[in-house]
Write a protein that binds this ligand. Structure first.
Ligand code: SF4
Ligand code: SF4
Length: 320
């Protein structure tokens, strides 16, 4: 199946122009083990991952997010601005076959990604200019290899979504899609430099265990005014951490303040920096004075009682 998660791009390379559907639109489709095309879609896989997909898969595989990303995904750019995305790796770089496909079907079926659950539907999340909320539509893609369309099994898009267990995924990925839409319409440089905002985006979206270490770090605690209950809640709960990441991104990228900051956190840091600078200055001053003392002693040795003028911090003087 040539598909992304359908959130932002229609699969325009599909030979069939997809039909636009709504939640109550009716489709006729059924997929089951034993259908003639079983596994055909997973042999042509191009699966983009959303944050909750990664939470489910890394947990299933018993990996932390960094290990999961390294072993099972490939990075790609979601758009011309360089927004970072990740895709599932196939069995190897040349193969179109999904790494999780087996003869018996999907080896991670209960935790399969959003894109796999939706197929042959795509979810289209759009934001119209000057409108606050986003619009959701669906697209039905009919590819020749997929025989599920020939099955006499009618159901609405809403019923199909529930049948595929995709509602929970959408609920937990919705704010992430909003951030992407907003970031696209605002441009990559809003709020913070692009590389920094992309780093935060990558970490909070995909590399959640690394994001957790960042949130639990001393420097984070000095910047944000959050209580012990908050830190306890994100210490071992991926969903809580994911939701917090969305809030933090909205704040950092778009100035939508919902994470309280420590009063004068920036000034505090500057003051700390100032103390370091003062300590350095003291050390340099001491070294300079020691050098002058040494010169003074050396001059006495060489010239006997020659008057040596020393110009130091306290003004000019003589040894007479
Ligand atoms: S994750 Fe499972 S359902 Fe999705 S493409 Fe791979 S084998 Fe198929
Ligand atoms: S019916 Fe479609 S989705 Fe199901 S196995 Fe066949 S190709 Fe894949």
């Amino acid at each position: 199946m040539s598909m992304n998660d359908g959130k932002f791009e229609l699969p325009y390379d599909s030979p069939v122009v997809p039909a636009m559907l709504e939640e109550d639109s009716e489709i006729s489709f059924r997929c089951y083990p034993g259908i003639a095309c079983f596994n055909a879609c997973c042999k042509q896989s191009d699966i983009t991952l959303a944050p909750y997909d990664i939470i489910r898969l890394k947990k299933r595989l018993g990996l932390d997010s960094s290990e999961f990303l390294k072993t099972h995904t490939l990075p790609y750019e979601m758009d011309q601005h360089g927004m970072p995305g990740v895709k599932l790796r196939n069995v190897n770089d040349e193969s179109p076959v999904c790494q999780f496909m087996t003869d018996a079907g999907c080896s991670v079926y209960e935790d399969r990604p959003t894109a796999c659950r939706y197929y042959p539907l795509g979810l289209l999340s759009m934001k119209k200019k000057d409108e606050k909320s986003d619009e959701v539509h669906y697209a039905l893609v009919e590819e020749d290899h997929c025989k599920g369309h020939c099955e006499d099994h009618k159901l609405t898009v809403g019923e199909y979504r529930r049948e595929q267990g995709v509602v929970e995924y959408d609920d937990l990925n919705r704010d992430w899609h909003r951030i992407i839409l907003k970031k696209r319409s605002a441009g990559p440089a809003i709020g913070t430099p692009p590389e920094m905002s992309f780093q935060l985006f990558f970490m909070a979206s995909y590399d959640l265990d690394r994001f957790r270490r960042f949130v639990l770090s001393d420097s984070f605690r000095k910047t944000y005014d959050l209580d012990a209950a908050f830190y306890d809640s994100v210490a071992d709960d991926d969903i809580e951490l994911l939701k917090f990441g969305y809030r933090l991104m909205m704040q950092v990228f778009f100035g939508e303040m919902s994470v309280p900051m420590v009063d004068k956190a920036v000034e505090k840091r500057l003051a700390e920096r100032g103390e370091v600078i003062a300590m350095r200055h003291e050390a340099e001053k001491k070294a300079w004075q020691e050098k002058q003392e040494r010169l003074k002693r050396d001059a006495s040795v060489e010239d006997g009682e020659t008057v040596v003028n020393v110009c130091g911090e306290g003004g000019c003087g003589s040894n007479d």
